[in-house]
Design a protein around this ligand. Structure first.
Ligand code: PFF
Ligand code: NA
Length: 452
């Protein structure tokens, strides 16, 4: 019976297309912009280790669960949860999980697009040669001037949102699939080349030491939560994006295999970004904890001084924007799919309205870096609050709920049929999804509030 279920919005054209789309959703600003700066703020190696543990023990099993729930439900997160709860005779309140996911996607995209706008603005800076011969203080000043200008940030945020809406309107497997075919491999090659550059800098080993040396004295409860939040954010989990992409997945495809490939690719890209950034940080005597501006204050120094730096700079920021675009379409897709399937919108109208709302919300983040920089709640500006609430709270809570649902509410027959794994492997996943992953999320939360 399950074989006849199809998403109303069609399916991926192949297994490879799904891997590409899922990798596109995972690899983005989270890896190249966020991972380095939060690693810098949280002391390096020990934080990285906790992050990696969260990816393997919590993230990957939940990603399997989210994909299989999506493929079984075959719709937007709300409708999917309604279908699955009915099938499992579970409490109908579970569909609020879908609502939380859709909201988290819109909230994340509202600031994600602003940062993608920074990257877009930096394509132009790279192109016009702004980095040539500029030293670290000059590069820092360029960045401060840039984010100090609400007009510039609004311009690039608007451009990025328009691009997102335009791709989403076409349906995700038209243009996007083709673009990702060359984007992901080229991004990877470029990162490897930049690692080659980092190796030539005097701070290379100091950078590696920072990234991989385990100093647990630097690890606070807050860092552990940030590491776990980053695992969810980077894999794009806990908000229904994986669920909607899973809904477009053909029945024959192996979910576990896909999850292993995607989470591995995502992790490798994040680590490569760290291996590139920190040597530049140390070679120039910069602070590791300079926050969200870190890559914009470091990489241009490299592009301004290395051979071929002009071309590398342009290519890097272009690819960063494209990687962000393939994530932004995933962030907005749960909302769009819901508007189309449950509210009868055309894809075009759905993209327009969801995009418009996100665009407006984005101004809260834009002004956090200039006009409203002094406005703080609990010691954080609006951008920081949005990031904290979504990545550190909403995604892990969503992921926890997904684990409980897949592990305890769905019948084992159903999850076993979707995963189609040999018995021992299936049992390992059951163990992880029923006990280890939810307990992990729970303990991190207890740790943060000081109970553990
Ligand atoms: N995983 C993306 C990144 O690392 O940049 C961000 C993201 C995409 C989060 C899609 C959530 C999501 F649903
Ligand atoms: Na990522």
């Amino acid at each position: 019976m399950t074989d006849t279920r199809k998403s109303p919005q069609g399916e991926w054209s192949s297994h490879f297309a799904f891997i590409l789309a899922a990798t596109g959703s995972a690899v983005g600003l989270g890896n190249i912009w966020k991972f380095p700066y939060i690693t810098g703020e949280n002391g390096g190696g020990a934080f990285v280790l906790v992050y990696l543990l969260c990816v393997v023990l919590i993230g990957a099993p939940i990603m399997i669960a989210e994909t299989l729930m999506g493929r079984r439900g075959r719709h937007n997160p709300i409708t999917t949860m309604e279908t699955l709860t009915a099938e499992a005779n579970a409490d109908p309140h579970w569909h609020y999980l879908g609502w939380m996911g859709i909201s988290a996607g819109i909230l994340i995209l509202s600031y994600y697009s602003v940062i993608a706008g920074w990257a877009s603005g930096y394509v132009l800076k790279a192109f016009t040669g702004s980095f040539f011969g500029a030293d670290a203080p000059a590069i820092k000043q360029q960045f401060a001037d840039f984010i100090g200008s609400p007009i510039q940030l609004a311009f690039w945020h608007t451009a990025f949102m328009l691009a997102t809406m335009w791709i989403v309107k076409q349906g995700i497997h038209n243009g996007l699939e083709k673009a990702l075919r060359w984007l992901m491999p080229s991004l990877f090659v470029l990162l490897i080349l930049l690692v080659g550059y980092a190796m030539t800098t005097p701070g290379y080993f100091q950078g590696l030491h920072f990234l991989f040396n385990l100093d647990f004295s630097k690890l606070t409860g807050g860092s552990v939560l940030t590491a776990m939040g980053q695992a969810f954010f980077s894999l794009g989990l806990g908000m229904g994006a994986v669920m909607v992409y899973g809904a477009y997945l053909p029945k024959k495809v192996s979910i576990t295999e896909t999850v292993v490939i995607v989470s591995l690719a995502d992790t490798v890209v994040a680590l490569l970004a760290g291996i590139i950034i920190f040597p530049i940080v140390f070679s120039n005597g910069l602070p590791v904890n300079s926050g969200p501006g870190l890559i914009f204050e470091t990489l241009p120094i490299a592009f301004g001084s290395m051979t071929g730096g002009w071309l590398f700079g342009i290519m890097f920021f272009v690819m960063l924007v494209l990687a962000a675009l393939s994530s932004s379409v995933a962030l907005i897709e749960p909302a769009v799919a819901w508007l189309v399937e449950a509210r009868g919108f055309s894809r075009e109208k759905a993209a327009l309205w969801a995009g418009l709302l996100t665009w407006l919300l984005g101004f809260a983040s834009i002004f956090s870096f200039n006009s409203w920089a002094g406005f703080k709640l609990f010691g954080h500006n609006l951008f920081e609050l949005l990031d904290y609430v979504t990545a550190n709270l909403m995604l892990p809570i969503g992921g926890f709920a997904i684990a409980i649902f897949a592990g305890w509410m769905m019948t084992a027959d159903h999850s076993e049929a979707e995963l189609d794994l040999p018995k021992p492997q299936y049992q390992i996943w059951q163990l992880l999804i029923k006990y280890l992953a939810p307990a992990g999320v729970f303990f991190v939360f207890l740790h943060v509030v000081g109970v553990l």
